[in-house]
Ligand binder design. Structure first.
Ligand code: SAM
Length: 170
């Protein structure tokens, strides 16, 4: 079970990025995302709507108390941060764990997080984006197998084409 915890969401300012955290988590094989920061029903509904349309069993929820989420998680917690240890050095060890909580920050990350988690992991030691860091982490964790994931149920699916767009109703 792979759960993503998104810290510090601010409705309006982070709407697009937080949506992309959720959609990237879903598309690349995670089971659920927990949004923290300010409650934003529109954000939660927009991700649920994608699952309804495109299938799968991805779950999305809100939890104000992000520390409780980390402390109560029944597996290992991994905070993605440019200050952490390189993903390529630690992924073998983390890849053996079945239940992983992947924590991604927003504009500001509370400093306690570095002590609370089991692993602080960097996807390069350069600043970039929570969406990019999450995508690469999941790709490394699943060793590329997430690219073939099938999404059961839903209303539509894409038939891949060399050119143009083709979808079929399920
Ligand atoms: N300034 C913030 C801080 O206090 O660390 C970080 C802001 S950054 C735009 C938002 C999030 O992107 C971070 O919390 C982290 O989860 C992720 N991130 C950015 N660069 C990263 C990197 N090189 N490796 C892993 N995660 C990264």
């Amino acid at each position: 079970m792979i759960t993503i915890l998104r810290l510090g969401h601010r409705p309006g300012r982070d709407a697009r990025l937080s949506t992309h955290v959720g959609l990237t988590a879903r598309a690349l094989g995670a089971d659920s995302v927990i949004m923290s920061g300010e409650h934003d029903e529109k954000l939660i509904e927009s991700i649920k709507e994608v699952t309804k349309e495109w299938g799968g069993s991805f779950q999305v929820s809100y939890e104000k108390n992000w520390k409780k989420v980390i402390k109560n998680f029944p597996g290992v917690s991994v905070h993605l941060t440019m200050y952490g240890l390189p993903v390529q050095k630690k992924i073998k060890e983390i890849g053996q764990k079945k239940d992983v909580l992947v924590v991604v920050g927003g504009e500001k990350v509370p400093s306690e997080i570095y002590q609370l988690v089991d692993y602080n992991i960097a996807v390069t030691s350069q600043p970039h984006s929570e969406v990019a860091a999450l995508a690469i982490f999941l790709h490394e964790y699943f060793k590329g197998k997430e690219l073939d994931k099938e999404f059961s149920g839903g209303r539509i699916r894409i038939v891949p084409q060399e050119r143009g767009k083709k979808t079929v109703e399920k």
